[in-house]
Design a protein around this ligand. Sequence first.
Ligand SMILES: *[C@@H]1O[C@H](CO)[C@@H](O)[C@H](O)[C@H]1NC(C)=O
Length: 224
Amino acid sequence: MDLATWMVAKQLIWMGLLWTAALVRADAADPVTCGSAIKLLNSRYDVRLSSPDATYGSGSGQRTVTGNPNQLESGAHWLVKGNATSFCPRGRSVSCSQVIRLENLGSGKNLHSHNYRSPLSGGLEVSVYGQDGEGDTGDHWQVMCNSEFWLQGQKVQFRHVDTRTFLEATGHEYSDHHVERHVEIAGSLTAGPRATWKTAEGVFIKPGDQPATYAPQHNVHTEL
Ligand SMILES: *[C@@H]1O[C@H](CO)[C@@H](O)[C@H](O)[C@H]1NC(C)=O
C-alpha cells in the first residue's frame, strides 16, 4: 500500500470507530484513558479544539490549530497518547499532572507550541507538528487537575511543558475564508476559563480495556 492509500485506510478505520462511539461511550465520571479519541470543548467560548487543513501565514508556517464553532466539522478529534519517552498503553487512565501528547486524527500531527507569536493576540502560537504521530518535546502538555485522574467532563487545563503556557482560546476570531469565525488558540500565561477545557464527544476507551486488534500503539510501527 502506498502512503496515500494507507492514510485513507487509516481515516476509514477511525471513522468506523467514531461511528460506533455510542457503543463504547463510558460514564461521565470515568477517567480519560490513553488510546481514546476525544473532542475538547472550551469553557469560555463554545468552540472545539481543532486543526483545519490550513497553515499559518506568519510565525512557524505550520498547520493551524483553531477553536472551531461548528461542532460537526472534521479535524477536532485528538488521540490521547503518552509522552515521547513514556508509552501509555491503550486503556490506561491519565493521571492529573501527567505529561501527554494529543495527536490530531486528520493530520497525524501532534498538538504543539513554541516561541512563535500567534497571529491575532500575540500569545504563543499553537500548531500541530510532526509526522505519523512523532514530533518533538514541543508536543508535551501537562494535564492540570486536582483529582487522581483526569475525568471525562472535568474542567482541566493543559500546560505546555517547554514554554509553561496554558492552551487558551483567546476570543480573537479569524476572518479568513476557510476558518471564518474560528477562535484563535494560543499559549497564555494565565489559566482562566479561556484556558479551561473539558472532553465532549469521542471514543472513550474504558479504563483497563487494553487488548484489541485496532489498538493504536505508537511505540511499534504497525499502528493505525
Ligand atoms: C513522560 O511521562 C512519564 C510517565 O507519566 C513521566 O514520568 C515523565 O516525566 C514524562 N516525561 C516528560 C519529558 O515529561
